[in-house]
Each structure stands twice: as C-alpha cells, then as structure tokens.
Design a protein around this ligand. Structure first.
Ligand SMILES: [Zn+2]
Length: 386
C-alpha cells in the first residue's frame, strides 16, 4: 500500500465518517443537497447526516415533546406531524409554580430532579428559565398571552425561510471554493487509484505529473479561502446575536482537518438554524405535495389525538386540550399563505377499492364491509361518502 493510497483513503474515510454519525434516536431532518433554494425534503434516518456535498444544508427538527397551558405542562406531545408518532412516555404533569428546579442534563429536561422529557433544543436553558419565571405567579390572562406568543414563536415558517435564504446567500462563495476542492480531490483520487496515467497519452501524463505541486498548492489555497470566507460568514450571520458556543472550535477543526472543511456550510447552518418543529420545516421548505401530507397529519393529530391513558381528573387532559386548541388557531391562518386549505386536506379520501365503506379520520386508512367501529389506533371510523 503506497503512502498516497493511505493518504487518500484516510481523507475520504474521514469525510464519510464525519458526515454520517450513528444516533440513539431517529433523526428527522430536512436536507437539500444542491442547496440553491430554500426547498428541502424530509429525511428520517437512524443516523445523523451532515451532508454529502459542500452545498448541502439541513434543518434539524424534532416534535415538541411536551404540551403546555396556563395551568402547567405535561410530557405528552400534541399536534405531531410525523407518523408513526413518537412513543408516548410515562405521563408527568407540573403546575408552573411547582417547578422548583430546572436542569438540562444528558439530553433530558429535568424538573425537580426528575427526568421530564427529551431535550430537543426547542428552548434553551435561559428561555426555559425566562418562561417559568414569567408564568409563575402571573395572572391567568398574562399566562395565556405569554404561551400563545410562545406557540407562535415555534411555528414561524416565514422567519425560518428568511433565515435559510440568508444562510445560503452568506455561504454561497465558500461553497463554490469547497465544491471545487472536493472535485479536484475526487478527480485526483480516481486518477491515482484507477491508474489512469497508463491510459492517457504519455506527454499529457508527464505534463500532469510536472504540474502536480501546482495543483496541490491550488487545493491548499482553495481550502484556506473557504475557511476564511466561513469566518466572514459567521461574522455576518451572528452580527446581531451572540456567537454560538463551540462553533469556533468546529471551524478551527475544519481548518486543521481538510475533510471537515467540505461541510463548512452545514457547520454554520447548524448554528444559525436551531432545531425546529417538523411542522415549521414542512411549511417553510417542503415541496407542495410533501407539505400537504405533513400538514394534514398535524391537523388530524389535533382533531383525532390518540387516547390519553390517564384518569379523567388528571391535569394532562386540560393541558393538552388548551395546547391543541391554540396550536390549531396558530396554524389555521398560516395555511392560505402556503396554498393549503384545511377543509380540503381533511376531506374524506377517495375510495381505493369499490368495497371500501369506512375510513379512519386520523390515518385515512380505508376499511371494507364489514368494517370495525374503530381503527387499530382506537380512532372511531367514519363512513365514506357515496
Ligand atoms: Zn387510524
């Protein structure tokens, strides 16, 4: 094995290892490989995919793992966009005033020393602290207002689209340099490993061998240019916001480990576009057909939620009902802007066979005669119109 072979194999192994890392939970991401517009597609993967090309950008999303109301909050999610819905945890509920301590520890939100729900990054520690302090002791009307604003902040597709557009504009030049570096490195690898020098005219092969130091120098210059442009992009993107922790270290590591520099846009994007709701990502970035399916699934989860296994007096019933109602009233006015109509999305499906007579209003599965009264998820079936 030659030294060049080892070097090239290490370069590409690092590049691939760095791009796909195993994860304990499913990763819900919106990915755009060509990265020219704000259009991206949902990819649900068992690993974290940073992006295979220097032009790739991604949105990391997670369902909100809790619901809230002016009374308190519970770890039962409401308005889930994806199917199958996230597994339901052992139910816990707190009144706002009962939260004595808050920690974000090992990927969990911990209230009063008890794990409450996964920490999906929708709210930072400071945002949690501010929210709890503002709600504790405030009159009911103030609590309602604060939480409605909180919901509207979580579902802001126009804002997400604006930020995505800005990220793409600020990282356009560095992506061009990183893409050229990747292409040169890839072509060089293929030329060397496939022994193409034996198949091209001898003078051309000799000429290329002579110019090899210049080509290597060119790649090095492109690498440093992309890195310098990434520093400028960071300065512009975070001009009015605190620089995120750890981004400087990641950029420095990209400088020292060239394979990492091929995903500079992704590194900046992860810091600039914090985790969001799948619903917000679907509205902001999905193509129309995918957007319609995902919004319909959110609406059917609001209208036909899975049964809550708790006694009728449990506060989780009132908390989820408030959250559901207010998420619906946050979402409904947004739909026309994205050419969506709730009534059309929730209309009964067209019969898939002449025998179909009933459908589930949640999953839109169809049933033939004799149809059961409920679907396997426990939702009462509706008759298909004639
Ligand atoms: Zn169903």
């Amino acid at each position: 094995m030659t030294a060049e072979w080892t070097l090239l194999a290490t370069f590409w192994a690092l590049y691939l290892l760095d791009n796909a890392q195993p994860s304990r939970s499913r990763q819900i991401q919106w990915l755009s490989h060509l990265g020219r517009s704000t259009r991206a597609r949902l990819k649900t993967l068992p690993w974290r995919l940073t992006g295979l090309f220097p032009s790739t950008w991604r949105l990391r999303t997670a369902e909100l793992p809790f619901s809230f109301s002016p009374e308190g909050l519970c770890n039962y999610p409401v308005g889930q966009t994806l199917r199958p819905a996230d597994p339901r945890p052992a139910l816990q509920a707190y009144r706002w005033a009962d939260i004595q301590s808050l920690e974000l520890r090992d990927g969990w939100i911990v209230f009063n020393q008890q794990k409450f729900c996964p920490d999906t990054g929708h709210l930072t520690y400071d945002q949690w602290r501010t929210l709890i302090n503002a709600l504790t002791g405030a009159p009911l009307a103030t609590r309602e207002k604060i939480l409605r604003t909180q919901l509207a902040t979580l579902v802001r597709p126009a804002n997400l689209r604006r930020r995505t557009r800005l990220l793409l504009a600020r990282t356009d030049a560095l992506t061009t340099f990183a893409t050229t570096t990747t292409l040169l490195a890839f072509l060089g690898t293929v030329y060397h490993l496939a022994g193409l020098s034996a198949y091209v005219p001898k003078p051309f092969a000799a000429h290329l061998a002579d110019r090899l130091p210049v080509l290597v120098l060119l790649v090095v210059v492109f690498h440093f240019t992309a890195y310098t442009l990434a520093l400028f992009a960071r300065k512009k993107l975070f001009r009015h916001a605190p620089r995120p922790k750890g981004l400087g270290t990641k950029l420095a590591s990209a400088l020292l480990l060239p394979p990492q520099a091929l995903k500079l846009r992704s590194l900046l994007g992860d810091a600039y576009l914090p985790p969001t709701l799948p619903l917000t990502a679907a509205l902001a970035c999905s193509p129309p057909a995918e957007r319609a399916v995902l919004v319909r699934q959110t609406l059917t989860d609001l209208d036909h939620p899975l049964a809550l296994s708790a006694p009728p007096a449990h506060p989780a019933h009132a908390i989820t009902a408030w959250h559901r109602e207010n998420l619906r009233s946050t979402l409904t006015p947004l739909l026309p802007r994205y050419s969506l109509d709730a009534a059309q999305l929730l209309a009964p499906p067209t019969r898939d066979t002449p025998q179909s007579c009933a459908y589930c209003p949640r999953c839109h599965d169809q049933f033939s005669h004799p149809a059961p009264t409920h679907c396997p998820h426990g939702i009462a079936l509706k008759k298909l119109p004639d």
